[in-house]
Design a protein around this ligand. Structure first.
Ligand code: GLN
Length: 571
């Protein structure tokens, strides 16, 4: 029988519930337990695959091709365990299943209600994950905030599950926010108390409360929360804002949460001492003073950095493993298109250029310009999915001289559709879940840059696209120096392109960012960042001042900017 941990959130959203869940997974795994994590999302979409990145942030893709919430990326990065279709359940999926069964006559004339039909479907899906993974502990994050109308069936389902599974096998954890009142310089616990009351209304008494705060949480505050919320003092865990998310597992371990959970779940006899040495080394590496390498990320959803979450994380992982901090310069591809003179210096100042995935024609010409700039200025380039496609369009236009080259996604009438719809996509009308999704094998060309980077000839990578390189142009591209260095198993699909006479110009039809881990950076990100660092040593880039935003934890501590001088090899 697995144990279950249910995590709810209160007071406000965006308090780091996903990262906390992922961190708990890490702590349990570090004690020798097997862990599976899932997220219950109360929205009515079947999955986030059809949502705008502005609404939802990144769509994380699993090995088995599920389009899921970005929190699953945190789960995978922190626990290094693959998630699957079963790991993300939405209200849309639950209702679709129940209504489908009703239409098939599966309820034998019964009246279909939230309790028990919807709640049973939710419980069934939680149990399905437990069964599929045979994990010792199943951790379930309930999306949204306690008090949301659409979250109620989920709370009811987990309340029932404690009775079904046995009281000793289930724990409820609750993350809240302690607001700070500047005038009186104090943290307030009242919203937490109200949030717990709201949970009690649903029949759930939390066993652990994690308090997110921008300030240290005193023992008095912990006592107060313990008293009013009816839990042990050692079950009140401060979650003080960290300089990097990767510090959270160590923080909550230090606060005693790992031991507390193991004790209360009755697992003390089956675990070993936590092995967190590699994680500790990671956090130390992150905190070290080290040079900064600036990477220009050219995309059209840059106002919301979460839209590129796994890409940004992968750059960090690669940078840290190479002894550098990556600073991302977020460049709006549409502005690059219209205000080239203003934005070109930012590309010039970058040690590497990355064009991540995307959909639709807005901002495309800006991305094509970025690829051209990288190619013609020998700046390391990494194109991810759409980033490969724009690199091929650019090469076809300016090297092969096919001025009308384009993707049929952006111009269905294009003269040369060097990127075209995959044949099995042509007759599809439904948008949800119909792309080429999930993990596929990719065969690397021996001797290519990517084969060298991976150190392997066969790799598995995750996809999410409808279009691909048009094979009618393969030969001409290759003859002109754009090498197909990764292919699908039957050689039908070009999965990777790279330029021969360039320090590092690689485009992938897949998304390597989904497989990078903080302690195991992805070879292609590592190759890209290493090339960027090497380029900085050889060619000092201009330093410019601009108002680009940077991610909090990659630019913290006032780390010095790398100039050629700081690396000691100016030419
Ligand atoms: N829009 C492109 C396609 O569907 C690229 C998708 C992506 O970047 N994930 O093929």
């Amino acid at each position: 029988m697995p144990k279950f941990l249910f995590m709810t959130g209160g007071v406000a959203s965006s308090v780091g519930k996903g990262i906390t869940v992922a961190s708990i997974g890490r702590l349990l795994k570090s004690r020798g337990l097997t862990v599976a994590i899932m997220k219950l999302d109360p929205y009515i979409n079947v999955d986030p695959g059809t949502m705008s990145p502005f609404q939802h942030g990144e769509v994380f893709v699993t090995d088995d091709g599920a389009e899921t919430d970005l929190d699953l990326g945190h789960y995978e990065r922190f626990t290094d365990e693959a998630t699957s279709h079963a790991s993300n359940v939405t209200t849309g999926q639950v209702y679709a299943a129940v209504i489908g069964k009703e239409r098939r006559g599966g309820y034998l004339g019964g009246t279909i209600q939230v309790i028990p039909h919807i709640t049973n479907e939710i419980k069934g899906r939680i149990r399905a994950l437990a069964q599929q993974t045979s994990a010792d502990v199943v951790i379930v994050e309930v999306g949204g905030t306690v008090g949301d109308i659409e979250g109620e069936p989920f709370l009811e389902a987990i309340r029932q599950l404690r009775n079904d599974a046995g009281r000793d096998d289930v724990m409820f954890l609750h993350v809240t926010l302690l607001p700070y009142i500047g005038a009186t310089k104090e943290l307030k616990t009242k919203p937490t108390q109200h949030s717990v009351k709201e949970l009690l209304r649903a029949g759930i008494q939390p066993d652990v409360i994690l308090c997110r705060s921008d300030y240290p949480v005193s023992d008095d505050i912990r006592d107060k929360i313990a008293l009013f919320c009816n839990i042990e003092r050692r079950a009140v865990i401060p979650l003080v804002t960290a300089s990097t998310i990767y510090e959270v597992p160590l923080m909550i371990e230090e606060a005693g949460l790992g031991d507390y959970l193991v004790e209360k779940l009755g697992l003390a006899s089956v675990v070993h001492e936590p092995e967190l040495g590699d994680w500790q080394a990671l956090v130390e590496r992150i905190g070290e003073d080290k040079p900064t390498v600036r990477i220009a990320l050219v995309g059209k959803y840059i106002e919301l950095h979460d839209a590129y979450l796994s890409v940004a994380e992968s750059l960090d992982h690669a940078g840290w493993s190479l002894g550098a901090n990556v600073e991302i310069d977020w460049i709006d591809s549409q502005k690059l298109e219209t205000d080239w003179d203003e934005y070109e210096p930012r590309l010039a100042a970058a040690a590497g250029i990355i064009v991540p995935g995307g959909f639709g024609s807005r901002g495309i010409e800006g991305k094509i310009k970025a690829a051209q700039y990288a190619r013609t200025h020998n700046i390391p380039y990494l194109g991810l999915c759409l980033g490969l496609q724009v690199a091929v369009i650019e090469f076809a236009r300016h090297v092969l001289g096919l001025e009308g080259a384009n993707s049929s996604e952006f111009d269905p009438e294009a003269l040369d559709k060097v990127i075209d719809l995959m044949p099995d996509q042509r007759d599809l009308t439904d948008k949800g879940g119909t792309m080429r999704l999930g993990q596929w094998v990719c065969c690397l060309t021996p001797g290519s840059k990517v084969a060298q980077a991976y150190g392997e000839q066969i790799v598995f990578e995750r996809h999410r696209h409808r279009y691909e390189l048009n094979n009618a142009y393969r030969r001409r591209l290759e003859e002109a120096g754009m090498r197909i260095s990764g292919r699908s198993a039957n050689n039908n699909l070009a999965e990777i392109v790279e330029l021969e006479d360039h320090p590092w110009f690689v485009g992938t039809q897949f998304h390597p960012e989904f497989k990078s881990r903080p302690t195991r950076p992805h070879p292609l990100f590592k190759g890209f960042v290493a090339a960027a660092l090497k380029g900085m040593k050889l060619t000092p880039r201009i330093t410019i001042a601009h108002e680009g935003e940077h991610r909090d934890h990659s630019s913290h501590n006032g780390h010095h900017k790398v100039t050629a001088e700081s690396l000691g090899e100016t030419r």
